[in-house]
Design a binder for this molecule. Structure first.
Ligand code: ZN
Length: 64
């Protein structure tokens, strides 16, 4: 039997069916984090490359 650590979302003991989470709910929460977090990861250099402003207007705003 393999033991899993606490659920990455809520800290409850994880279950095999949803490892490393305790339930489908927590697995879904983590999935949402991946989808929504992609645009809001602070200090992520690779992220900046994806959101470089393409219009001159945006660029000048960043200059200030
Ligand atoms: Zn959980």
């Amino acid at each position: 039997m393999t033991k899993f650590g606490p659920c990455a979302i809520c800290g409850k003991p994880a279950v095999e069916s949803y490892k490393p989470f305790c339930s489908k709910r927590c697995a879904d929460i983590d999935l949402n984090r991946w989808f929504t977090g992609g645009y809001a990861v602070p200090g992520e250099d690779a992220d900046h490359a994806d959101v470089v402003p393409s219009s001159p207007d945006e660029v000048s705003r960043f200059d200030h």
